[in-house]
Write a protein that binds this ligand. Structure first.
Ligand code: AMP
Ligand code: ZN
Length: 135
């Protein structure tokens, strides 16, 4: 896709530190890592985000993401990894080509990703049934 930086990386038109490639997916180091070893896994075929991706595309990328996560854990000797994807600019997505972040995590590294809250009264029941309606 024209003007997509990840399509350009996949096509070799922009430089990247590629760590993995198969028929459907590519993985390369994030240029602004949360920790060294922070890697992005992307489908070769352009799709905008997780929600709009077709199932076949998702399947192959998630399997590649597992391979990459194992390699990142081994290479960085991290205690864990966060595997995330932002869907939509309101959720923090800044590159509109589906990508999974594989972020190494270390004991006491101080990152708390989300504040947490609680449901009031029957809110939890209502929310669960509302979501179920759409599946
Ligand atoms: P997000 O904000 O969740 O869409 O993630 C996009 C990620 O892409 C950010 O973490 C950026 O640091 C990373 N990024 C942007 N441009 C490049 C690039 N040319 N090479 C590697 N990573 C990039
Ligand atoms: Zn793209």
């Amino acid at each position: 896709m024209i003007d997509c930086i990840f399509c350009k990386i996949i096509a070799g038109e922009l430089p990247s530190w590629k760590v993995y490639e198969d028929d459907h997916a590519v993985a390369f180091l994030d240029i602004h890592p949360v920790h060294e070893g922070h890697t992005l896994v992307v489908p070769k075929k352009h799709c905008t985000d997780f929600v709009s991706a077709d199932e076949n595309c998702l399947r192959s990328v998630i399997v590649a993401t597992q391979k990459v996560a194992r390699a990142v854990l081994a290479a960085t000797e991290a205690g864990g990894v966060n595997i995330t994807t932002a869907n939509g600019s309101v959720a923090g997505q800044s590159v509109f080509h589906l990508h999974w972040h594989v972020m190494p995590r270390f004991e006491n590294d101080g990152f708390r990703l989300w504040p947490q809250s609680t449901y009031a009264d029957t809110g939890v029941e209502l929310m669960a049934s509302e979501i179920k309606k759409w599946i």
